[in-house]
Design a protein around this ligand. Structure first.
Ligand SMILES: C[S@@+](CC[C@H](N)C(=O)[O-])C[C@H]1O[C@@H](n2cnc3c(N)ncnc32)[C@H](O)[C@@H]1O
Length: 251
């Protein structure tokens, strides 16, 4: 494929990541940061967030979350570590590990998914909890081949520069056998007066995982799933919403 990924170097997607994705900006993720803060309070620290991202915009989002946690009386500092969530080895264990914002879906194969879950399990302290969020696939968007896109247009403004980034999701292709969707994201960046600064084409390729598949995967990888919510406010599981799993190590 000729374009880079939306998380790759130079992507307008990462340049505007905080403008598009700061806490509260994405309706499906509403309340996620408060939910993770409640979890941190309940399960205790130390806390490990996986896949925070490495671009300045993503680090800004992660710092924003840490500041909210601090505001809520949870402190202890924040450290960024660069690594791969399918093979990391840190010399400590965590009471709470979470993998937010559907990042698990960036893992395209069962082997990668299992490797990630094995790493998480190794790093969980006794009695610790793992929280994972993925979307619950809407089947009409998962038909083989070309399909409709769920949300076509979005716009974000970089508060520092006033530059405006308009995103159009131009096409979606589903590999229904591998459960991987690939979308072409077209970014157009203009300055505050409307002058075109750049255009950037990127692709997003993620794997969808069904609710029962995830339940079995967690069990296979040595976890007991305690809960699966349909959102970040304790909702019952619901088709086509979010999957928010809370799991602990199986004995
Ligand atoms: C949807 S973003 C989520 C970013 C951030 N956690 C948030 O909540 O805004 C997905 C992130 O997963 C990262 N990612 C994908 N595969 C990864 C891997 N194998 N190891 C670590 N991070 C990965 C991407 O680079 C990207 O930063």
């Amino acid at each position: 494929m000729k374009w880079g990924t939306i998380y790759g170097a130079g992507s307008a997607g990462v340049e505007f990541y905080d403008a598009f994705h700061a806490p509260g900006h994405v309706p499906a993720m509403k309340g996620d940061v408060d939910f993770y803060i409640r979890c941190a309070r309940r399960f205790g620290g130390p806390v490990l967030e996986l896949a925070a991202g490495i671009s300045p915009g993503m680090v800004k989002v992660a710092r924003g979350k840490a500041a909210l946690a601090e505001r809520d009386g949870l402190s202890g500092g924040i450290r960024f570590l660069r690594g791969d969530m399918t093979r990391f080895s840190l010399r400590r264990k965590f009471r709470f590990i979470y993998l937010p914002f559907r990042s698990f879906q960036s893992l395209h194969t069962i082997a990668e998914q299992r490797a990630c879950l094995a790493c998480v399990r190794r790093h969980l302290a006794p009695g610790g909890r793992f929280v994972l969020n993925i979307f619950d696939p809407k089947l009409e968007y998962c038909v083989p081949g070309r399909s409709k896109v769920i949300s076509r247009y979005r716009k974000a403004v970089d508060r520092a520069t006033g530059n405006v980034c308009r995103l159009e999701v131009e096409e979606r292709h589903n590999d229904a056998l591998r459960q991987i969707l690939t979308e072409k994201w077209h970014f157009v960046v203009r300055d505050r007066r409307g002058k075109l600064l750049r255009e950037d084409d990127r692709w997003l390729s993620i794997r969808w995982t069904y609710r029962w598949e995830m339940a079995h995967l967690l069990e296979l990888c040595g976890f007991d799933a305690e809960a699966c919510y349909g959102g970040f406010h304790g909702e019952a599981p619901a088709y086509g919403r979010e999957q928010v799993w809370v799991a602990k190590k199986a004995r």
